[in-house]
Design a protein around this ligand. Structure first.
Ligand SMILES: NC(=O)c1ccc[n+]([C@@H]2O[C@H](COP(=O)([O-])OP(=O)(O)OC[C@H]3O[C@@H](n4cnc5c(N)ncnc54)[C@H](O)[C@@H]3O)[C@@H](O)[C@H]2O)c1
Length: 321
């Protein structure tokens, strides 16, 4: 099976590449290596796999529909895993148009390219942020997701809606996967776990928003890859699945785990909650289990030390900030 993987050079994309190659797939990676964070990190991710005969990396933009069409045809792809996006809640508040251009118009361009070339299987990255400040916890896929709190969340929900239209009109098989704060080696340097680790190791203050009681469901990257790969085997019709982690953790507990793993104490600069942030994320995983046998296995007590030890090695090779 040949898969077009958009966003292949990014954090999750690099792990999905690795997981798919190990499982015997041919992977065509597409990424524009944008500068949302240092593109040198993305080039380093791509280099990890460049010698593998069943991997081809192409630099390009999902918004160039004719380019995507040519790739789907030339490589005879039968499935698309769509991870390319403008990511992050807070920067989307500053630059909503870019988020809609890439995450909504870009997804539409990809869907059109698939329609024109007869590719009908799509697994797409969505986000827990689409639930907004949902009252019912844990979040279930049939909860209302029509009160997004940030342009990022609104763009991800809009992309989900578009994929449903292509399922309805053209019979696409689609799974929209709502990821819950994914972390692990090669994490984006602009994510909280990366920044806390960097600053705590360097004995610099970290900024915590709110009072530390906000809660997140953190998912170790290996579990996310397992989720995606399981879904590839059972993909049918249209569905939305929570691909979450083992447990939820408060912000303060997260910082304590990083302190333990680094052996350093955090200096904390407290600030008010940020616009667009949600108070809590938590995934009900029953549907993902029923659909694809998905069950996460990595506890945060294991995952954070694994991340910190990767970080220390990686930072010795290339600055991550
Ligand atoms: N990491 C998380 O915690 C998390 C949580 C929820 C959802 N997601 C979603 O998972 C996906 C992957 O996230 P990530 O954490 O690996 O982020 P990432 O930024 O590391 O990866 C995204 C990649 O997409 C590429 N890209 C951006 N615009 C593009 C375009 N127009 N054309 C081609 N490539 C483009 C970027 O260069 C980048 O390499 C995203 O869709 C994100 O919204 C991630």
């Amino acid at each position: 099976m040949t898969i077009l993987l958009t966003g292949a050079a990014g954090f999750i994309g690099s792990h999905v590449t690795e997981g798919l190659l190990q499982r015997g797939y041919t992977v065509i990676g597409l990424d524009n290596l944008d500068d949302q964070y240092d593109p040198a990190l993305k080039r380093r991710n791509v280099r990890l796999f460049q010698d593998q005969p069943t991997y081809q990396f192409l630099r390009g933009d999902i918004r160039d529909q004719s380019v995507v069409e040519a790739i789907l045809q030339q490589y005879d792809c039968d499935t698309v895993i769509h991870l390319a996006a403008q990511t992050g809640v807070r920067p989307s508040v500053q630059n909503p148009a870019l988020y809609f251009d890439v995450n909504v118009t870009g997804t539409l361009s990809l869907l059109e390219a698939m329609r024109k070339t007869g590719v009908r299987r799509l697994v797409m990255a969505s986000s827990s942020s689409v639930y907004g400040d949902s009252e019912r916890v844990p979040f279930r896929e049939d909860d209302r997701a029509d009160r997004p709190l940030s342009p990022y969340a609104a763009s991800k929900r809009s992309a989900e809606l578009l994929t449903h239209t292509y399922h309805h009109l053209y019979g696409f098989d689609v799974a929209c996967l709502r990821f819950f704060t994914v972390y692990g080696p090669r994490l984006r340097p602009n994510m909280a776990i990366s920044q806390f680790t960097e600053r705590i190791l360097n004995r610099l203050p970290i900024t915590l928003y709110g009072d530390g009681s906000t809660v997140r469901e953190y998912t170790y990257i290996d579990d996310t890859v397992t989720g995606i790969s399981n879904v590839l085997n059972t993909l049918h019709g249209f569905d939305i699945l929570n691909i979450g982690g083992f447990e939820t953790v408060s912000l303060l507990k997260l910082v304590q785990l990083i302190e333990q793993a680094t052996g350093e104490q955090a200096l904390i600069d407290w600030q008010p909650m940020q616009p667009g942030d949600v108070r809590q994320t938590s995934a009900d995983l029953n549907h993902a289990y029923a659909y694809a046998g998905y069950a996460p296995s990595v506890r945060i007590e294991e995952g954070i030390p694994r991340f910190v030890s990767w970080y220390k090695q990686a930072v010795a090779q290339l600055p991550l900030g």
